[in-house]
Design a protein around this ligand. Structure first.
Ligand code: ZN
Length: 253
């Protein structure tokens, strides 16, 4: 890495591998270049192995990277996974359970994006290098949703994944990274990603219910290299303020 750090844990956050026009849409050729760079410069471990190391308080002595995807778009199956497989890279996909097959989100909204179907999720979960987690049932904002609904959302997505994946050890991703109702999350899930962007120090104690990530975007390779070394983590402060402002606006009207 150029520097002498040896205990860096970088949990990467991807959304879509596609030619869409949002910043979260990373074209397949660019994604492949990023994957190659990351696999040349980090030891890549699965999300599950990271959690096991943290739970067992193992010392992390290398620079590691972990691949995660939020929302569960269809292009994970069609575009991202074939590239990950080529490099034997494990990844975890956090699913919006109500959007599986249907694209259905909260407040009756239907996304115009295509989501994974049950058939693809089952096929992918047979692969050694692919696992799934929950991202609520309908992608709610945990900070502004009444607690009864929060409990329901978290339980429904937990139950769906428990039945689908035949395990009780399920991990969670907070929508928009908004860490809220941590105790409810803790009562159901094994771990959770969210909060401000960041890179973990393997020598320090890690909060299993607010694991920071580095969000990847469609941008130049130069910026990408800086981003994965943590240069732009301050951007999440602006995102946080924007989200808070939006929440307040919703309450006023
Ligand atoms: Zn999301």
């Amino acid at each position: 890495m150029g520097e002498n750090k040896k205990n860096v844990i970088t949990v990467l956050l991807y959304h879509s591998v596609s030619n869409g026009n949002l910043k979260i849409d990373i074209p397949p050729n660019l994604f492949e270049e990023q994957v190659k760079f990351i696999s040349d410069n980090f030891k890549i471990v699965s999300y599950d192995d990271l959690i096991k190391s943290v739970v067992n308080s193992e010392n992390i002595k290398e620079n590691i990277a972990v691949f995660t995807f939020d929302d569960g778009y269809l292009d994970f199956y069609t575009d991202a996974f074939p590239i990950l497989k080529k490099f034997s890279i494990p990844s975890k996909v956090f699913l919006i359970t109500s959007a599986i097959e249907t694209g259905r989100l909260s407040f009756g909204k239907v996304s115009n994006r295509k989501f994974l179907t049950y058939k693809e999720i089952e096929e992918l979960s047979k692969e050694q290098i692919c696992s799934f987690g929950a991202h609520t049932h309908t992608h709610i904002n945990l900070r502004v949703t009444p607690v009864k609904r929060v409990v329901k959302e978290l339980k429904v997505s937990y139950e769906i994944l428990k039945n689908l994946l035949k395990t009780t050890q399920i991990d969670f991703s907070y929508p928009w990274g908004i860490v809220y109702h941590k105790n409810i999350v803790r009562s159901l899930y094994r771990s959770a990603v969210g909060g401000r962007d960041g890179i973990l120090d393997g020598r320090r104690k890690i909060d299993l219910y607010a694991i920071p990530r580095i969000p990847l975007k469609r941008e130049s390779f130069q910026k990408f290299k800086k981003r994965i070394s943590g240069k732009y983590v301050y951007e999440s402060y602006f995102r946080e303020v924007k989200l808070l402002f939006n929440d307040l606006k919703k309450h006023v009207h």
